[in-house]
Design a protein around this ligand. Structure first.
Ligand code: BMA
Length: 337
């Protein structure tokens, strides 16, 4: 079936092809690379899309992750070949869809993964230290990759995400607000050198540094916000853990974070998005229509993005696959979003 899509243009989603799709775009990570129990990663499988499998439409937005490109690897941390990623970015753009890139970057000091929080940022950001050169090389490789992909719509680039958590080496426990700003400024500086035009997204996760009030959440958002000239879209990442018993906790965090993000976006005249969410294995029945849909309709978000359907981890999926019990609920959500 032909693509019905929407895309962001001058801060607005413009409806193309008379889609009956609603006004918030829906994104899915690695959507056309693999899905639950299938993959195109070895290069010999027919074209396929998780979203298309269940809706008959290609996704408005596809997310890819650059983790591994900084080392010059041919595949990312989830085995997606960068050449396949490049081709799919172009194909998505040609369909009129949008692309968002995240980056689970390796640690420039320890050589560990993005989740290595053993060292803090002092040396990485000290331009006289050798690790600074490593960080510059890492960012340069990302800039070169993005520069080489010529798209009509700008790529939505979401670096240094979930910084308010304590799980990444750019996270709050090992990277101060000042260092976090420096990291963004360096990234932007290198992108500018290569004349890479992207839409920059700032997307913290939980906001627990200050008191559990709207003011506390906004204060933390503001403190780590890299600055108006570095950001186009303000968003947040927030996951629902478990089944029904997790609803209250999820809604509490999601409202807290989306409210802070929307307030900051409004103050700074930026766009708003729900940059990552999901309920792994959709353990909560009717999660899409009962939990996510009302949430999305309460904030002026441009898009909502959910994580990947892994081909090799039985329970690591975020949208239903064909004949999954939640398929009908998802389709209803998809058309009402
Ligand atoms: C995580 C999981 C991991 C994956 C990483 C980067 O949330 O999906 O399996 O390696 O994202 O995509």
């Amino acid at each position: 079936m032909e693509l019905k899509h929407r895309y962001i243009l001058l801060s607005l989603f413009v409806c193309v092809g008379c889609s009956h799709r609603p006004s918030i775009a829906f994104g899915h990570q690695d959507d056309v690379c693999y899905g639950h129990e299938w993959s195109r990663l070895s290069g010999d499988t027919a074209y396929r899309s998780c979203i298309h499998d269940i809706t008959g439409q290609y996704p408005d937005l596809i997310g890819f992750d650059l983790g591994g490109i900084e080392l010059g690897q041919a595949r990312n941390l989830d085995s997606v070949p960068f050449e396949l990623m490049r081709q799919e970015m172009i194909r998505q753009d040609n369909r009129g869809g949008r692309v968002t890139l995240s980056w689970h970057a390796r640690h420039p000091m320890t050589g560990g993964t993005a989740w290595d929080t053993t060292a803090c940022m002092n040396l990485a950001l000290d331009s006289t230290a050798y690790v600074y050169d490593t960080l510059v090389v890492y960012i340069t490789r990302v800039a070169q990759f993005v520069a080489a992909v010529q798209t009509q719509s700008p790529i939505i680039f979401r670096p240094w995400h979930e910084n308010s958590g304590n799980w990444f080496w750019w996270g709050r426990n090992v990277c101060s607000a000042e260092q976090y700003h420096q990291l963004w400024h360096l990234t932007r500086h290198i992108f500018d050198q290569y004349n890479v035009q992207v839409e920059w997204v700032f997307s913290p996760d939980k906001l627990t540094l200050y008191e559990d009030t709207p003011d506390g959440a906004l204060r933390e958002m503001k403190e780590f916000y890299p600055g108006d000239e570095y950001v186009d879209i303000i968003g947040t990442d927030c996951y629902h853990f478990g089944a029904e018993e997790g609803i209250d906790d999820y809604l509490h965090r999601a409202h807290r974070q989306l409210l802070a993000a929307s307030q900051l976006a409004s103050i700074r005249h930026k766009r708003l998005a729900f940059t990552e969410t999901g309920n792994e294995a959709i353990r909560c029945p009717h999660w899409y229509t009962n939990v996510l849909l009302p949430l999305c309709h309460q904030y002026p978000i441009e898009y909502v993005h959910v994580w990947r359907n892994a081909w090799d981890i039985e329970t690591h999926y975020y949208i239903p696959y064909s004949h999954h019990p939640e398929q009908a609920d998802f389709i209803q959500f998809y058309h009402q979003l």
